[in-house]
Design a protein around this ligand. Sequence first.
Ligand code: BGC
Length: 758
Amino acid sequence: MNKQTILALILAHILLFVPYLSKCQSKKINHSSDSFIDSLMIEMSIEEKLGQLNLISTFVRTGPFANKRGAEKMKDGSAGNVFNLMGNSSSIQSKLELAEDTRLDIPFLSGLDIIHGFKTVFPVPLGMSCTWDTTLIEKTARVAAVEGSARGYNWTFSPMVDISRDPRWGRVMEGSGEDPYLGSKIAKAMVRGYQENDLTRPDAIMACVKHFALYGAAEAGRDYNVADMSLLTMYQNYLPPYKAAIDAGAGSVMVSFNEINGVPATANHWLLTDLLRDQWGFEGFVVTDYNAIQELIEHGVAADYKEAAELALAAGVDMDMVSEGFVAYLKQSLDQGKITKEQIDTAVRRVLEAKYKLGLFKDPYKDFDPQRADRVTLTPENKNVAKLAAQKSFVLLKNDRQVLPLNENSKIALVGPFADNRAEMLSSWSPLGDVENIISILEGLKKRNPNVIYAQGTQVNNDTLFNKKRKGEFDIAMQKKLVNEALHIANESDVIVAVLGESKEMSGEAKSRTDISIPECQVELLKALKVTGKPVVLLMMSGRPLTIENVLQYTDATLAIWRPGTEAGNAVANVLFGDYNPSGKLTMTFPRSVGQIPIYYNHKNTGRPYVEGGEENYLSNYLDERNSPLFPFGYGLSYTTFSYDDIVLSDSLMTTESSILKVNIKVTNTGDVAGEETVQLYLADPVASITRPVKELKKFHKVFLAPRESKNVNFEITTDDLKFYNASLEYNWEPGRFIIYIGGDSQSVQRAEFVWQK
Ligand code: BGC
């Protein structure tokens, strides 16, 4: 088929199907694409087909190698998709134009890890999740899509929806924490933000839900490690966010690196076909993670590269990221009868369908337009979203004697290695965030109060092994000098603001830690600062919950600010000076010590539950640690306080399956400043055919209250909210007694009971 024929085909399609096309974009398969793809596939050689299943990177970020001959492969059709295209607009354009040199002119999927913003960088996803604001989260994904599409990217490797109960795992930073209900809401919001329910839109980019599945359950929190889990826990607690993203229309799924119950996800037919396709009805395409096909050899399920490629295809993988096992071996495997033509065609069709759905056959460059890119990027509106997102992501963990907010005119000593550092406001997943566009914390505070004095105060980490691995060094003489400088300015000030915690090198992929405390050299600085007698405010930077029980004694106020992104300094200033009253709530439990991990609020009761402060012997507790977390899921203070009246139920006995139980609670702002509260509703099912968690988040509602104002918050419960997976993995509800808890976190709650009969 020559170019003219293809063009004619495309034109006919556009005329015939565009009205229908836009109507069914939100549906998973666009059947109007069938005939177009059929005709195209008839023309394709086996080499061209395998090229469509190949995704190459032109730039190394995480894996063992980059592709040195990338451009050549894109030109000869052996690499039909590319990610990490870096460089200026014209170099990106020249790469995308290589599709025009291929025989069939098939456009490229151009992917990138647009994880928490593009040029306008938002807080890391764990921070974003602490906003509990799905409208805002959707908006951040929208902004990222608009900015990214204008630079030539039509596919993002996001949302990352891996539930994790283990803060040792460095990638908890990229997800939404430990709860499947909140995680599912956020997953949907992000897919909507990227795809806008209409992938043909020029500024829509395709979402890729990852990492399927259970990547966050890596044993011992060590990255890439085994996940071994009962089907019940999997279905109930880990799978819902992936399913939610797929139900929201995510066009692609990325397979996780880990094995699941003995079979690596990349070769797991049960996972990628039985569950994903047959049970869930997913119709998009599946891509591996970076080099994962080759890694099947190390996993020990494939004897060689060729077998690894065959296993992955047979399991349900459609596209090979980086390993190039599909292009290298599948033709030979086909000739040998190890795989079938149908298997290849199915995968190719899914990839072509994705390109069709994105409208790439019509316009391979979508919204790519360097001039427009400048106009839509880092606009004041986008920066405003980033500022709001950062403010809302901060979680106030402690505020003794209302040290915060600060008086804007007070003499502030700002210390810490991250205080005057723009790059540290980003994460390892903000590849295109430019340092020059970031407002550092020092800059943000100085704009408001020119008398802020700054000293670095400490190096980041004195751990020998850490420094050796990261090729860093700890200099003892330098440390003394830095601490002295900090003490000097602290003594001159009214209040000390210390920006301490993890550097961006300390969380993210392959950044697992066994000790999740703030590095000792930083804590030593904090101790010394506390001795000055000046109030100490800790702005804690991290990509995970940290064990800070011993540190809290040296602070008067502690605000978790995660990694706040482009508008870091402005957001911090607004919160410190009280223009914005913090409202973030934790989405991962903060342990007291690493020995408590895994720790999560929706745990089981056990047959010998331990009640804090009660009898100690032969109960489910530790000899040397409390059971309770340092800060529970859902926790976060405000500059004001909220009180909750008793829960009012429309009935305490429900007798028909279709009834709706109305739940009402009056929440009052009992303080002197306006503030936003996230009212959280949890349910417990104390007697069921299988053991159930002590409580599970089922609803939440954000409410803004003026000082002394009260509002009634209403929820509705149906039998859908009572459902769970039983021992036969049927999703259903069982009649009986239920307990409702409502409050501002998962522990401080009001309680009411009801009975639901069939
Ligand atoms: C990560 C993925 C990422 C991919 C491409 C891998 O190492 O696990 O999350 O999308 O690299 O950059």
